[in-house]
Design a protein. Structure first.
Length: 355
């Protein structure tokens, strides 16, 4: 007997299919690729992703997503993030097996594709910011919702700002998102326009001479300490899977043809995938507290090509006593291992407990 596939709802699946861990049959992604069995055009009825079609404010979602074993292990593959709290049976920071800190980041970024046709997007993610409030527990269904809150034009490009959040089954906040995207552009024509500054502090991306290199951040951390650099190389396979190949979405991250039509020689890595790698580095450095007190804001300066190594690190800029411990702040950045050029910059913070 052939199971009936629900073709009407985004983010759902037929009861009894998939992992079987959710009685209502919610799927692990914001769209259910099995709809292709019965649906010819998976993006039928969705808006053309152009700046002129934006509505401000515009609701995106909500979508229910299952945090299952496959979702966690797939993320581990795309990010090389095999945290024992996530990939093994746990227990995690709150006593249960949990997803990686940035597990839901791309789901939130991609919420706009519940309204706009994903495979017709040729844009660039320019800035990402997440506030980490609690871990996502493996086996729970989370609700994702967002809003386009602002749109503006700069240097002839149309930018849009999204605010979104992921909420657990018990109503708790898991992660909050604010991102900036050029909705439609020719990426190959705007390489190198990014800025490494913010209204409050510019990131130089340089390690001071004689800086103390550390693997972990804790009660003895001091301003001037630098995180031991982590080199990450995203293969095309990793980029393609991360960028929703499994949902039949095609874009400049998972298709050589689309990338070349966008003025690029090869596919580029999503900014959000770089973000996840840095979030993993910070999780290892801060430990469990990053899941509930962490914050990371990144700007993506130039595209990172698949197979191009990037060196990620951070410099402690401040350590401040707060309730519950010490608030450690850092400048963070990624630098091309091929050219030495800054790829991304950002700012991060979390609270470390003091015995």
């Amino acid at each position: 007997m052939t199971a009936t596939v629900d073709t009407s709802a985004i983010g759902t699946r037929s009861p009894g299919e998939g992992t079987g861990s959710d009685p209502q049959g919610r799927w692990r992604d914001i769209t259910d690729p099995r709809r292709a069995v019965e649906v010819d055009d998976l993006e039928q009825g969705l808006k053309e992703p152009t700046f002129a079609n934006l509505e401000i404010p515009e609701a995106l979602g909500p979508v229910e997503v299952l945090v299952d074993d496959h979702k966690v292990k797939r993320f581990a593959f795309t990010q090389d993030d095999y945290s024992p709290w996530s990939v093994t049976a746990g227990p995690g920071p709150d006593g249960t097996r949990v997803g990686q800190a940035a597990l839901l980041g791309n789901d939130l970024v991609q919420l706009f594709t519940t309204v706009y046709a994903a495979s017709r997007v040729v844009g660039l993610h320019t800035e990402e910011q997440l506030w980490f409030d609690s871990p996502a527990r493996v086996g729970e269904v989370v609700t994702l919702s967002g809003t386009y809150v602002e749109a503006y034009e700069r240097r002839g490009e149309g930018y849009v700002v999204m605010e979104a959040q992921a909420t657990g089954e018990d109503g708790r906040s898991i992660v909050r998102h604010r991102g900036v995207e050029i909705l439609q552009t020719v990426p190959g024509g705007i390489v190198g326009r990014g800025s490494s500054g913010s209204p409050d502090r510019r990131v130089a991306g340089e390690v001071p001479e004689g800086a103390h290199q550390v693997e972990e951040l804790g009660p003895t951390t001091r301003p001037g300490d630098v995180l031991a650099p982590h080199r990450q190389t995203f293969t095309f396979e990793q980029a393609a899977v991360f960028s929703r190949l499994g949902e039949y979405v095609t874009n400049l991250h998972n298709s050589l043809d689309v990338a070349r039509r966008a003025g690029l020689r090869v596919p580029i890595v999503q900014g959000q995938q770089q973000y996840g790698a840095l979030a993993a580095l910070l999780t290892r450095a801060f430990g469990p507290s990053f899941f509930s007190t962490g914050w990371l804001r990144m700007k993506f300066l130039v595209p990172l090509e698949v197979f191009e190594p990037v060196d990620l690190t951070g410099l402690v800029t401040a350590v401040t006593p707060v309730d519950g411990g010490l608030r450690v702040e850092l400048d963070v950045w990624g630098r091309s291992g091929r050219t030495g050029r800054l790829i991304s910059v950002g700012w991060a913070a979390a609270t470390v407990p003091v015995p």
